[in-house]
Design a protein around this ligand. Structure first.
Ligand code: HEC
Length: 109
């Protein structure tokens, strides 16, 4: 009886840990990660020492970009064009992080 109870408790604890571990990458973390990439002059193999913030300092001008239906395409256009880098996959962690960061800028015109 006592043994069974302990087992259930461990099981619950494990489930909680799993939920916590899965929840964080979709929470605040990607925004911070995205901001880091946004300011990183090496991001996506940038060949000219520029970062996104060279042209969009602190995300300036991108406050409404989250509603752009072409957002992911435009990000890659800015990577392959101005940065001289390599396009990143639209479902990559980097893309999700950048998208999260850009969404966090949003709202005010
Ligand atoms: C050499 C300058 C330059 C660099 C570097 C640059 N961009 Fe851009 N970006 C532009 C210009 C110019 C536009 C089009 C005008 C505008 O919307 O501001 C633009 C547009 C965008 C848009 C669309 C804005 C909207 O309102 O729909 C997004 C999103 C964007 N850039 C993200 C990025 C990201 C992410 C990076 C880094 C990977 C980056 N840009 C690097 C110049 C740059």
């Amino acid at each position: 009886m006592a043994q069974k109870g302990t087992g259930v408790r461990y099981l619950l604890f494990g489930a909680l840990l799993t939920v916590a571990a899965c929840a964080s990458p979709q929470g605040a973390a990607p925004v911070a990660e995205g901001e880091k990439l946004f300011n990183d002059p090496q991001f996506a193999g940038s060949t000219n020492d520029s970062s996104c913030s060279s042209c969009h300092p602190g995300g300036k001008g991108l406050e409404n970009a989250a509603s752009n239906p072409q957002l992911l395409t435009v990000i890659n256009t800015c990577i392959t064009g101005p940065l001289g880098g390599q396009a990143i996959a639209e479902d990559s962690e980097e893309m999700l992080a950048l998208k999260g960061y850009i969404e966090s800028l949003g709202g005010n015109e």
